[in-house]
Design a protein around this ligand. Structure first.
Ligand code: ZN
Ligand code: ZN
Length: 344
């Protein structure tokens, strides 16, 4: 194992709680059997890190990491120097769900990277080789983070909707944070630029960014979801994608869902009240959950990223060095950003 070039320790961000991030010294891990040590180059911030930022955690967060293999453990086949991204869920590869390729539903998951095991805000991240997805050197590693929550999570949610809806002709998205923006972009990429995607939020800044991606903005400060949809010439939506996690948003989605329509819940959070007969049975509508994505979806998304990189890159609005991580988080949770990426 050629790791003589690695230092013994590294300084990693420490999430102290109450919106403060300090620094802590940790050993640079040495890869064991089946493991790779990555030198992290980019890690995107995510709304799901709100708890870690405000409550603190002993783990180094970061679950949207891209980096380069710095050292390899026994039994691996990835060469040192290979660039790639990290899949959040350290899936087993052997359970019933993994054997079907449903690696986001692994029954014997070893870890969630960046949540219960050190993730990508430190200079190095230790991963099992099966969750490392290599990419070619032609894609900058900041852009490669788009493969994760932006393309992966949204592409998967659209795939879930398509399981029950063969011919969607319209979409409404609630929440124009990074996931909602990514949803609008992936819908345009997958269904064509003429496919109408309405997107609703209370932050005008985000709605303007959504508009530059080709989405139809609905400012919920000024109008209800149904009214906004009508003003864009849409009586109802075949697909409703809730990225907000808010009950009010999900109920409003149900209210504008067409016959045979599908509501996909992507944002974690609050509940949903269903009146089963009018909401589901009479109109044959469906409510689905969608969680992250399957590892095997990365290859198709990488092909899409190659052709749509300039378009998708508009979602990354801020880049910070790792020394500015606290400011990066404050800016992000201030609400007027797209995706924010820490680069090192
Ligand atoms: Zn995330
Ligand atoms: Zn499994």
């Amino acid at each position: 194992m050629a790791d003589f070039h690695l230092a013994a320790t590294m300084m990693a961000p420490q999430f102290l709680g109450e919106g403060r991030i300090g620094e802590t010294e940790k050993p640079v891990p040495r890869p064991g059997p089946g493991q790779l040590l990555l030198q992290v180059r980019a890690n995107a911030l995510c709304g799901s890190e709100r708890g870690q930022f405000y409550d603190g955690t002993p783990v180094t967060p970061g679950h949207e990491a891209a980096g380069v293999v710095a050292a390899v453990g026994p039994g691996t086949h990835t060469p040192v120097g290979t660039p790639g991204v990290v899949f959040l869920m350290d899936f087993c590869g052997e359970c019933r769900n993994c054997r079907l390729g449903l690696t986001n539903q692994c029954l014997a998951k070893r870890a969630d990277m960046g949540f219960n095991q050190d993730g990508g805000y430190g200079p190095y991240e230790l991963v099992h080789e099966n969750i490392f997805f290599p990419i070619d050197g032609d894609i900058p590693l900041t852009d490669a983070t788009l493969l994760l929550d932006i393309m992966g999570t949204n592409g998967h949610a659209i795939g879930r909707a398509r399981l029950v809806h063969p011919d969607p002709q319209s979409m409404v998205v609630t929440g124009a944070g990074p996931i909602g923006l990514g949803m609008a972009a992936m819908a345009k990429i997958m269904f064509g630029t003429d496919f109408p995607v309405a997107i609703a939020d209370v932050v005008p800044w985000r709605l303007r960014l959504a508009e530059t991606l080709g989405a139809l903005p609905i400012d919920l400060n000024r109008q209800a979801l149904a009214e906004g949809l009508q003003r864009h010439g849409l009586a109802a939506a075949d697909l409703a994608m809730d990225t907000s996690g808010r009950q009010a948003a999900r109920q409003a989605c149900l209210g504008v869902l067409a016959k045979r329509g599908v509501l996909v819940c992507i944002g974690h959070g609050e509940g949903l009240t269903l009146s089963v007969s009018p909401d589901l049975i009479a109109n044959e509508r469906a409510v689905l959950g969608s969680e992250y994505f399957c590892f095997d979806e990365l290859a198709a998304n990488l092909a899409l990223l190659r052709t749509q990189r300039e378009y998708l890159n508009q979602i990354i609005t801020h880049r910070f060095g790792v020394g500015e991580i606290e400011v990066a988080f404050r800016t992000f949770f201030g609400g007027e950003t797209g995706k924010v990426v820490i680069e090192q």
